[in-house]
Design a protein around this ligand. Sequence first.
Ligand code: FAD
Ligand code: DLZ
Ligand code: SF4
Length: 520
Amino acid sequence: MRKGFTVRHSPVKTRSLILILGDQLSPAISSLKAADRQCDRLLMVEVAEEATYVRHHRKKIAFLFSAMRHHAAALRDAGWQVDYLQFDAAENTGSFTGEVARAVRRLRPQRVVVTEPGEWRVRAAMDRWPAELGLPVEILDDVRFLCSRAAFADWAAGRKQLRMEFFYREMRRKTGLLMDGEQPEGGKWNFDAQNRKPAKADLFIPQPHRVEPDAITKEVLTLVGARFGDHFGDLTPFWFAVTASEAEAALDHFIERALPSFGDYQDAMLADQRFLYHSVLSLYINAGLLDPLAVCRRVEAAYRAGQAPLNAAEGFIRQIIGWREYVRGLYWLKMPGYVEENFFAADRPLPDFYWTADTQMACLKAAITQTREEAYAHHIQRLMVTGNFAMLAGINPKQVHEWYLAVYADAYEWVELPNTLGMSQFADGGLLGSKPYAASGNYINRMSDYCGRCPYDVKQKTGERACPFNPLYWDFLVRNEDRLRGNPRLAQVYRTWDRMSEEKQRDYRESAAGILAKLK
Ligand code: FAD
Ligand code: DLZ
Ligand code: SF4
């Protein structure tokens, strides 16, 4: 493949220049819907700005570059004219804006067409294009989402609380997924009460579908190894799917092997099982290799065929048509101010061990090591281990956000920011959740086997050997008492604190101060 090139020069004058972004790798993307293979030109570009606006995990960059190159080849096979610019092409200007401007000069199209981007940052740049380029720019809705930005804004208008559960019910009705006429399948909307089992290390646990790198992926791995040596994360072994058909195989694999137990062990963590019964599909769905609604229909079909129980199918579908759609709606409703929110005025810098995994705390060490090696951690590791620690320790939420955006292969701001800033850090003061996801070591001990391997003692509440989550939990609640005491869901917790002896309270606060003083 040449580095910067135009594949076929059509004798027909280019009518529309259609920009396809790296997370728009779907044949049904709206920008292609009205396009014409004869007179429109597609543009795909590997650019430094996207790879470095946070220093993305090296596996994530390799995944996207390889998936983009495969997608360009598939589009060409389907008869499209595609201009594809590789990262190390000499003429690469390094940004979407620079590359669209260059293509406009080269091809003289009548207009630029693009499906709306996932991130506010990119949308703001695109809104400047008509003036900068001197031609019309059509920005189309991203119809891969079930709920458009406008429909979400309508749903949110006038509501005091934006609870996911109510939004989710509307999405169930709209899609008909797991519906029995007007009623939810099985008589309940949500079967989470069955989904909180801790896992035992001797369970049979399948591994995610793995794909051998082909020649295109190998070339990308060499490029990323050479050009992104200073980014976080191991590049190899690299086993992600990079085409739609490989991602379909990963979906088949998940439905057959892991879906039946997905619900039961959704919140569990095991030191030697990084994926448990999770699907590891988010990176494919977010990049466009899998269609979210089609994935849900496959999961529903597996339930209806008796291949998976209702709590698993409902739990999985809720994550996609509920949480995924809901956080995207919130992101667009609240940006650009959302990223600056800091309800607790937390200002401690992110500790170095988030990058090095150099900590004695077994749970954090496991979650961060696996993040470095796999560009993946499952939801409860993100929420209750790395996220919980950052919130309890008072780490600046913007730094926490930038860490999550950089380290996971599935991370794009539209989905990462509400999950991090809202759900895990409560930095929006409770838009997503009615109380902070704060927990002591007891929760992690109940849901995992980390504590048995930890030099800290989860049962000790204070002192040198005490699990740091224990004193930090109380210190967080007391530090933020003015903001949290009035929360009815925390009334019982504050009553427990009030009943403690002054000596006990002092021990907690002194232990926490000792831990915080050592954080670097
Ligand atoms: P599974 O557990 O198998 O879930 C199935 C699917 O449901 C996922 O593939 C995903 O598409 C969807 N899903 C599940 N939970 C969520 C959620 N809370 N929000 C949106 N979609 C969800 N998810 C991302 O896709 N990108 C992110 O950058 C991201 N950042 C996160 C940061 C924090 C602090 C937290 C707490 C969660 C974050 N999540 C993010 C949500 C969730 O952790 C991941 O979607 C999930 O771990 C991906 O792994 P999986 O495919 O094995 O998911
Ligand atoms: C994440 C990413 C990276 C690392 N590189 C590219 C790229 O070189 N070219 C591209 O089109 N997209 C890339 N992306 C995805 C974009 O960051 C994403 O499309 C925007 O953030 C909008 O969601
Ligand atoms: Fe984590 Fe505390 Fe358990 Fe150690 S004892 S693994 S720090 S929860």
